[in-house]
Design a protein around this ligand. Structure first.
Ligand code: C2E
Ligand code: CA
Ligand code: CA
Length: 642
């Protein structure tokens, strides 16, 4: 990027650039003047004057040459300005002196000639010196004032008139010079502004405005170069993808100002650890990428060094940050990939580092993880699910299945709605594979809305039967500010009875913001809806919050039920949950009941409501209807497709 020119430097440069031309005029004029005055002025005065004039011109030419050769930086410009001023003043003095010492005593024609030459020199100076007002005004006053004085001192009317005319000329030249100077300055300033604007645009295209780090584009440029260089020189480089853990929480709870300052502080801290040849860039949000161009020649050593380096960076970030009065503890996750191995393009490299970073997050965050080829497989699969989810709704690929819930007499008391995705290529996809991704990408809001409406339609269709339909609501969906309104609208639009709708939330939904959850649950409760806490026992399972929540049912997680007969701990937990629920006046549903033994055990402990393969797998709505709701209930075989 070119440096922006400095206005002062440019002014001085303009004046210096006019030196050859002004020296030439001085040379011609001073020589002619001496020739013309030869017969009327004392030659003993003419010679020294001419000699000094030549000398000064030579000095100025010398300065001009040196200035051109060194093209001084703005920092040195004051010295050059001083030189310029001194030589200009000297030159002005010389021309002023001409009127004082070379002035022919009583020869009016030669007097006027001399005045004419000095006036001409002054007029010329206005064009060559105007870029610098002080120099210009100094020169023309020093040159012309003696002319005025000299004519004035003649003491006759012609002398006075000439003095007046010369003074008037001087004033006009001064005004012209000042105005010219303003025009020049204006033009310079305009050029300066344009250059600043261009430089800013250029900078913004390559740098991140918040942290001043290079941005994605610049990083890619460098990465491309380094990738080629590493192939040529057969050394290994490393790309690290660094993402701050839970940054969003800091941003949301402490505000964007704190978030932004934290990002800057992290950038500074990381930058401080890197060498000049390393690159750190911010890709946006809380994502940084680091490029170390040369980390060794052998794979083993390079891997070890990269690992150590990543750990050092993690330690660096773990140190606390003091920002706007907040004492923040931050951790990060790093994905590492070495190059050049198989990758050909910088995009692939970054993708690999990103994938490895995700793996580090998965493994509990605050850690670094190397890219491995099988991660790519997983990442691709995730990507294909992500893409597919966006089309699934439009292509009507979702269906709700219903898993019966029965009481101890085997009577159907409800069903849990479970989402199924009929993928055009992969066939049936279970929620375990896509719900989390839908959560992360945010599309869960649309999917959740679809589920809610489909479940409400089912409630209407089953309105003759006394049963509740339970709907799983994800944390993100529950936190949506419009959630209550959405539920209300779904009920109204489908004509579903709110008393038949049960919403299942997990402990993680509750724990994030208990107060807000309570308010929301109460609002929904007023509509007639009931609630169950799903997967109970796997989260915080705190009595304190359970007591305050307006929920109706606890669902014992299937992981406890699974080993109920063999693991005494699980048996104890299940028993405790049942007792606790009874004390709090809540219903209990046991999930994942697969055998009679499990059912009997649960029954003996006081749990009377069950859901599980023992009774039925989740079924399409029509199958649920034909099996349970038309005429006699039939035994359901466990091998019905899910
Ligand atoms: P969940 O809410 O705990 O649902 C129960 C899961 O256990 C279901 O898996 C069900 O098919 C399975 N299951 C039922 N009985 C048995 C059994 O006896 N043995 C075993 N091993 N499993 C049994 P599914 O349908 O694959 O759903 C998995 C999870 O996906 C659900 O767990 C729920 O958290 C989520 N999910 C399903 N549908 C939706 C939905 O519409 N919205 C949201 N947000 N999440 C959903
Ligand atoms: Ca559930
Ligand atoms: Ca569950």
């Amino acid at each position: 990027m070119g440096t922006i020119f400095d206005i002062k430097t440019e002014q001085v440069r303009l004046v210096y650039s006019a030196i050859p031309f002004s020296t030439l005029t001085i040379f011609i004029n001073s020589t002619l003047l001496c020739i013309v005055l030869w017969s009327v002025t004392d030659n003993k005065l003419l010679f020294p004057w001419l000699a000094v004039t030549y000398l000064l011109s030579a000095l100025r030419l010398g300065l001009y040459r040196k200035f051109k050769l060194t093209s001084p930086a703005p920092a040195n410009i004051l010295l050059w300005e001083k030189r310029l001023l001194i030589t200009t003043v000297l030159s002005g003095l010389l021309w002023g002196m001409a009127s004082l010492v070379l002035f022919p005593g009583d020869d009016i024609a030669h007097q006027v000639f001399l005045a004419f030459v000095v006036a001409g020199m002054s007029a010329g100076a206005v064009t060559t010196l105007s870029a610098h007002t002080t120099a210009c005004l100094a020169f023309i006053s020093l040159a012309l004032l003696p002319v005025v004085l000299r004519f004035f001192s003649l003491g006759d009317s012609l002398g006075y008139t000439m003095a007046f005319m010369s003074a008037l000329f001087l004033v006009m030249l001064m005004i012209t010079s000042i105005r010219l100077n303003q025009t020049i300055l204006g033009a310079l300033e305009m050029r300066y502004r344009r250059q600043v604007a261009e430089a800013t645009i250029q900078r913004q295209a390559l740098y991140d405005t918040l942290t001043d780090l290079p941005n994605r584009r610049m990083f890619f440029d460098r990465l491309k170069q380094e990738l080629a260089r590493s192939q040529r020189h057969r050394h290994l480089g490393v790309v690290m993808f660094l993402d701050i853990d839970h940054f969003k929480k800091i941003n949301d709870s402490l505000g964007h100002l704190v978030g932004d300052e934290l990002l800057i502080a992290i950038a500074d801290r990381l930058k401080g650890r890197l060498r000049d040849e390393d690159v750190i860039a911010r890709l946006g949000g809380d994502e940084y990428v680091i490029l170390v161009p040369d980390i060794g020649d052998a794979l083993e050593g390079a891997t070890r060094r990269a690992q150590l380096f990543a750990e050092e960076l993690l330690t660096l970030i773990r140190g606390h940050f003091d920002i706007r009065g907040h004492h923040l503890h931050v951790t990060a996750s790093i994905g590492i990939t070495l190059f050049p191995l198989q990758q050909k393009k910088p995009e692939d490299l970054l993708q690999q580092a990103d994938t490895a970073m995700y793996q580090a997050k998965k493994e509990g965050r605050n850690s670094a993880c190397f890219f491995l080829p099988n991660m790519q497989e997983a990442a691709n699969q995730r990507l294909s699910i992500e893409k597919g989810l966006h089309q699934a709704l439009a292509r009507d690929e979702f269906e709700l299945y219903y898993q019966p819930q029965l009481d101890s007499h085997g009577t159907l008391i409800g069903a849990e709605a479970l989402l199924r995705w009929h993928h055009p290529e992969r066939g049936a996809v279970l929620p375990g594979e896509f719900i989390k991704i839908a959560e992360e990408t945010g599309i869960i809001l649309e999917i959740g809305e679809w589920v809610l409406r489909a479940a409400c339609r089912a409630i209407s269709a089953l309105s003759l039967y006394h049963m509740t339909i339970s709907v799983n609501v994800s944390p993100k969906q529950f936190k949506d500010p419009n959630f209550v309104e959405r539920v209300n609208r779904a009920l109204n639009d489908t004509g579903a009875d709110p008393h038949r709708l049960r919403i299942e939330i997990t402990e993680s939904t509750v724990i994030d913001n208990i107060e807000q959850t309570i308010v929301r649950l109460q609002q929904l409760k007023r509509l007639g809806i009931s609630f169950s806490i799903d997967d109970f026992g796997t989260g915080y399972s705190s009595l304190a919050y359970l007591k305050r929540l307006p929920v109706d049912v606890i669902k014992i997680d299937q992981s406890f039920v699974r080993d109920i007969e063999t693991d005494s701990n699980d048996a104890a937990i299940v028993e405790t949950i049942i007792v606790m629920a009874k004390h709090l006046g809540l219903g209990v549903v046991a999930e994942g009941v697969e055998t009679d033994a499990m059912r009997n055990f649960l029954l003996s402990k006081g749990c009377h409501q069950f859901q599980g393969y023992l009774f039925s797998r989740p079924l399409p709505l029509h199958a649920l209807q034909s099996r349970y709701l038309t005429g006699q209930a039939q035994p359901v075989k466990p091998n019905v497709p899910v």
